[in-house]
Ligand binder design. Sequence first.
Ligand code: GAP
Length: 455
Amino acid sequence: MPDDVVTMDKIVALCKRRGFIFASSEIYGGIGSTYDYGHYGVLLKTNVKNEWWRAMLQERDDIVALDSAILQHPKVWEASGHLAGFSDPMVDCRTCKQRFRADHVDHEEMCPAKASLPKTEDRRHDFTEARDFNLMFETTVGPVKDTGSIAYLRPETAQGIFINFKNVLQFARKKPPFGIAQVGKSFRNEITPGNFIFRTREFEQMEMEFFCPPQDAPRWYEEWKATRHAWYTDLGIRPDHLQMREHDADELSHYSSGTADVEYLFPIGWSELEGIANRGNFDLTQHAEHSGEKLEYFDPQTKERYVPHVIEPAAGADRATLAFLVDAYDEEQVDDGDVRTVLKLHPRLAPVKVAVCPLVKKDGQPELAREIFAALRGRMQTEYDEGGSIGKRYRRQDEIGTPWCVTVDHQSLEDRTVTLRDRDSLQQERIAIDELPALLSERLAAPWTSPKLTA
Ligand code: GAP
C-alpha cells in the first residue's frame, strides 16, 4: 500500500470543500455513486480531456476526431457481443430482494429483513441461483413502449468508432495506419460501484481505435503501451506510482491477442487506469457480418484488400482525474507551524493557472490587480481574489492547485512590479507587470516534474 499522506477520504473531503465534485442529487438524499462536477472539477477534468486530445490530434497527424451518438442501433450491441456477454453473474435474496454479485456473496451474512426473527431461526439471506445480469442500461425510444423500441445507453464509446470506420475512411482521407479518437459519456449498471469517482454508473471515456495492417499490429501494440504510459508521467504522475500490467492468457477477452492495463497506485491499491488492447479484426468483422457492409481497406498500391487490425488505448476521464488528484495531494508543515494542504498538479492540468490578489482592498491596489487580471485572463484561466487575509487566500489557491499567485502591494503602485509566488517552492520573486503575461505563458509551456519526486 502507498506510504503517502493521501487517503480517499481526504480527496473526497477536499473535492467537496473546494467545490470540485459533489455527490449528485444531494438535496434528495443522493443517488448512489453518482457525482456532479463543480467549477474547479469541470476545469480540471476539461484540462485532462484537452491534454488527451492534444496528444491524440495536435501532436501527431495520423488520428482524427469523432463524436458519435450515445443511443445507437440495438444491433450494434448484438454485433459487439455486449447483448449476450456484457454481464455479471448475480444472485438475489428472496426475502429482502437485494441483489449481489455471485462472486462477492457472503453466504453467512444476515438478511436485514429477518433481523427481528428469534435467534433460533435461520436469519441468513435466502439466495436464488446465480443469473447473468446485463450491465447495459436499457431505455425505450419513441412514444410507444414495445420490444421494437428498446435502445441501450452505450457502455463504451468504442463501438461508435467501429460503425463509423467507413465514413472516416471515405471523408478523412486516411489510410491504415490511422486512428479515430473519441471522448464521451458511457453508462454501465455497475453492481459494485464505489471508491468515489473510480467506479460509477455514468462516466466519461477517452478511447482511440488505431487501425493498422494485420502484420503491423504487434508493433503498434507495443508502441501504444509506451506512448500511453508516457502521457501520464509527462503530466506529472510519479513513475513509481504507475505500472503496466500485461493480462494473463485466462484474463484475455476472446477476441484479444494482448491486453495490458496501465495501473496507478491509488489509496485502494494498484488499480486500472486505462486498458490497451490488441483487438485484432474482431469488431470490424462482426459489424460487417451484422450490417452487411464491407468494412475493409483496399490498398491501391499493393492491390491488397484486408480488414485492418485494431489497437485500442481506452482510458477513463474521471479515473484519470482521480489519479491526478491523488498524485498531486500533499500536506506540508509550514513556517508558522500550520499544515498546508496543496495540490501539486502539473500547471497545464491545474484548474486555475494564476490568482491575482491585491494585498489590501484600498489605495488603488484592487484597480491595479483588476488591470493585471484583464491582461492575463485571455491567455490562461485566471482568478481575481480579494477576500480574506493574504495568507488565507494563498492556502485556498494551494488547495485548488493554482501554481502561481500574483500579489499587488503598495510598491506595485510606485514601480509597476508585483510579487509572483510559486505554489511548490513558496518562493516569491519581484516581477515587472508588463513581463508577467509572457513569463507565465513560458512557464506554463515548460516541461514539469512533480516536486514530490525530488522531496
Ligand atoms: N472499449 C474498451 C473498454 O471500454 P474498459 O476497460 O471496460 O474498456 C476503459 O474501460 C476505461 O474506462 C477503464 O480503464 C476505466 O478508466 C474507465 N471505466 C470503465 N468502467 C468505468 C466505471 N464504471 N467508472 C469509471 N470509469 C470506468
